[in-house]
Write a protein that binds this ligand. Structure first.
Ligand code: 4AZ
Length: 266
């Protein structure tokens, strides 16, 4: 029963394909004409400026990601099929507008899914690209020091539950929700040491949603630099009161991520 519920909550790559099928958006949002007034993506979001989050990546299976190194994208384990050679994923980088002629698109060469990933916690993966991207990278939190405060979320995912994928990158801010409160919402489905929650518990209204999976949740560190604290993972619906977004707790896996990236040749 819990597994069934979890399957509905989590946005697997398969889910992105299903969403594309029902909303006639084959593959990616790039086939979509949003018209003159594109709806916000990320529920409750506003448009990101070109260059504001230069490490943001859109992946062709319908997920987000962030440049961990110039040639490695950090995303969610549930966005990929497994580990090994893989040339089937296209990363779109360098733009807020996925249809921009300035977009830099690079294929994958290898995927590394978190060791031990079984659908509960450990929701991280690395994608090695065929060539380095000439954009800044996003550093990851390697202590719990930044697992608090206000976080920024961004993505090209749905602007509402069941909504379509977006052409333009949207952003929003959400407050930290502590483990005990988040467990009150999700019970044993939450893996507290491996997941961190964020959202407006009382009101909802702002959240990541379908297609934002794999993208970063980040904040400023004590030096004023952006630092990644989460990876969009799952939640009960989107932006519902009482149900925060659940994110992979990056600090827990920082050493594993670093070692895994080294094993892919940086
Ligand atoms: C998804 O399906 C998804 N509200 C991502 C984030 C959240 C829910 C679903 C959190 O990709």
């Amino acid at each position: 029963m819990r597994n069934h519920l979890k399957a509905l909550q989590r946005c697997a790559a398969v889910g992105a394909v299903a969403l594309a099928a029902v909303s006639l958006q084959p593959g990616t949002a790039q086939a979509q004409d949003p018209g003159p007034h594109p709806a916000p993506s990320v529920v409750g979001g506003t448009p990101a400026a070109q260059g504001e989050f230069p490490w943001m990546v859109r992946l062709s299976m319908g997920c987000g990601g962030a440049l961990y190194t110039p040639q490695i994208v950090l995303t969610a384990a549930h966005c990929v099929d497994g580990s090994g050679p893989n040339t089937s994923i296209t990363a779109t980088t360098g733009v807020v507008d996925l249809d921009s002629s300035q977009a830099v698109k690079v294929n994958s060469t290898q995927v590394l899914q978190a060791p031990g990933y079984n659908g509960k916690g450990k929701d991280w993966a690395l994608i090695k690209l065929a060539k380095p991207i000439d954009q800044p990278t996003l550093k990851i939190a390697d202590t719990t020091a930044y697992n608090d405060g206000t976080f920024t979320i961004a993505g090209w995912g749905a602007a509402a539950e069941g909504g379509g994928q977006q052409r333009y990158l949207l952003k929003a801010t959400v407050p930290f929700v502590d483990d005990q409160t988040c467990q009150g919402a999700y019970g044993d489905s939450l893996t507290p040491g491996e997941e961190i929650c964020a959202g407006f518990l009382d009101t909802g209204g702002v959240d990541t949603c379908q297609g934002d999976s794999g993208g970063p949740m980040f904040r400023k560190d004590d030096s004023g630099a952006w630092i990644q604290v989460g990876i969009v993972s799952w939640g009960q619906g989107c932006a519902r009161p009482g149900y925060p977004g659940v994110y992979t707790e990056v600090s827990t896996f920082a050493a594993d991520i670093r070692a895994a990236a080294a094993s892919l040749g940086g």
